[in-house]
Design a protein around this ligand. Sequence first.
Ligand code: ADP
Ligand code: MG
Length: 345
Amino acid sequence: MSIQQLPDTLVNQIAAGEVVERPASVVKELVENALDAGARRVDIDLEEGGVRLIRIRDDGAGIAPDELPLAVSRHATSKIASLDDLEAVATLGFRGEALPSIASVSRFVLSSRRDGDVHGTSLQVDGGKLGEAAPTPHQRGTTVVVRDLFYNVPARRKFLRAERTELGHIEEWLRSLALARPDVELRVSHNGKPSRRYKGDGQPGLPGVSSGDRLGETLGEEFARHALRVEHEGAGLRLHGWIAQPVYSRASADQQYLYVNGRSIRDRSVAHAVKQAYADVLFHGRQPAYVLFLELDPTRVDVNVHPAKHEVRFRDARLVHDFVYRTLHDALAETRAGMGVAVST
Ligand code: ADP
Ligand code: MG
């Protein structure tokens, strides 16, 4: 076979394989876009675990009518313009891949209106095929509708799980978001019924400066009752959040939340540092529960490691590890003393 340039739609569908694993990844990408646009409230309507319908409506800045086609084009983004921007990226998005990927594997409608626009504009994309932009009634902000995810990719659709399972993944991701953004109101409905509401507490967008309320609302009163507040700064690093006292430990690692500059991520080295800090106060096999926010200069962490951005790479991973270990070890000192554990430093 001769070498051929692949058509755009196919390129987007291939990229969708990395970015869009399941309905929860669609919700993640779309809600992150809403937050990047400065939304104060996001409405998330789902049907059949998000497989049939995902509708995300925000009250953010909106998109210029003539830029709607660009928003669904590959590698088109308003968030970075240069390598320097990439190295200091402060938004959740920057790859310009999510909308074109999602639109290539669903029946997709993007509608938006900015302050000052006389009406909204909407653009339909069907399995990657672009329609014409048309005027539509819309409030300030953006609505994205994603129907029939993977309808044109049977191989992918086959891997979708039961409605309950897919909904569970969405709810888990929303929980991690709710912890980081207590300032944003999130309203979720499933199959036409309100299913979850996180009230925004009105604090301006300070990721991680969460009221204890949201901790209880999100992870349960038991955690909130046993939470130790952590707050420490040094060497250009800042760690804050809550860790559970050892009496509130878990059988699995299901309540371990780590955010780096407001982005929810997994990091083995940090997870190890936490475990080590708990080593002498937890029973063997038990898992600590924590919600930790690490902040550092964006140039000291590479967020462009994975298309779905689940991981980051620290420029000084050792320093981060030791900082986390030391901070939590000290935070647990009282507990350790109370338990009669020999204090080592
Ligand atoms: P990225 O977020 O990496 O820039 P996306 O494909 O997710 O890429 O979105 C493309 C562009 O569309 C964004 O850069 C932004 O300008 C615009 N956009 C997407 N969603 C929204 C939204 N909810 N509100 C305002 N603008 C949006
Ligand atoms: Mg995005």
